[in-house]
Design a protein around this ligand. Structure first.
Ligand SMILES: CC(C)(COP(=O)(O)OP(=O)(O)OC[C@H]1O[C@@H](n2cnc3c(N)ncnc32)[C@H](O)[C@@H]1OP(=O)(O)O)[C@@H](O)C(=O)NCCC(=O)NCCS
Length: 208
């Protein structure tokens, strides 16, 4: 993917060490208001490899293309390791589970020497358009801010109205630009900069 045309925020230190700070159990929660039984949100774990492969196998080619900008019917073992093994600081991913199945995953990766995290989302097709993407952005921003990041950036396809709407409705002060078919967003995740997000009757996270 091409580089984003945005510059990192200078206000907070980019010197947070990239050490494994351990599994952040406080990011676990029950997702209510989605279906009769609650889903669960939690940080990804190394033992999610098989579940992630199964999740990927159930994505439509269109969803895979919008996530990876390429046809990618199978993830390589290296990609699975990269996606499931994170340090919970500079690289963090949240999954949503329905029972034992992963149905959505969102991640940030800190751009080296900055306090900006690049984010990416994918929700299984049969769970899309019901608020999970919006909820994941919310949770990911809270987790990133608590770990010293100040901004998120993302590259998405210009035609990806669902993803763009999530950013635009988030209440964060989003700046956007596009080049050819790619759409770039960048925004502060400082809670003080956030307007009330557009109201939705979508799912919410409660205690487990
Ligand atoms: C893009 C994607 C992550 C969105 O996830 P989602 O769970 O479907 O998203 P949500 O349901 O939270 O939001 C999507 C819809 O809700 C609307 N919405 C979201 N937040 C909203 C808010 N606060 N207020 C009003 N509307 C909102 C959006 O306009 C959008 O409308 P649509 O249903 O007509 O598309 C998902 O469709 C996906 O996985 N797509 C394939 C992979 C991909 O595109 N990844 C992005 C690469 S970064």
């Amino acid at each position: 993917m091409s580089e984003t045309p945005f510059t990192p925020s200078p206000e907070r230190s980019a010197e947070v060490p990239a050490t494994d700070v351990g599994y952040p159990k406080e990011l676990e929660g029950a997702v209510t208001g989605f279906a009769a039984r609650p889903l669960r949100v939690r940080p990804v774990r190394a033992d999610d490899a098989e579940r992630l492969v199964a999740f990927h196998a159930r994505l439509s080619p269109g969803s895979i293309y919008r996530r990876y900008f390429a046809a990618r019917p199978l993830l390589t073992p290296q990609e699975v390791s990269h996606l499931t093994q994170v340090d919970y600081l500079d690289r963090l991913a949240l999954v949503i589970e329905d029972g034992s199945e992963i149905v959505a995953i969102a991640r940030y990766e800190r751009i080296p020497s900055t306090t900006t995290g690049e984010v990416a989302f994918v929700v299984r097709d049969d769970y899309q358009h019901r608020g999970l993407g919006h909820l994941l952005l919310d949770r990911l921003a809270v987790a990133a801010w608590a770990r010293g990041l100040t901004r998120f950036s993302a590259i998405t396809l210009l035609e990806n109205r669902g993803m763009i709407a999530i950013f635009e409705h988030s209440g964060f002060p989003v700046t956007a630009a596009h080049r050819d078919e790619e759409y770039y967003v960048s925004f502060s995740i400082d809670p003080a900069d956030r307007r009330d997000p557009s109201s939705t009757s979508g799912p919410r996270v409660g205690s487990t």
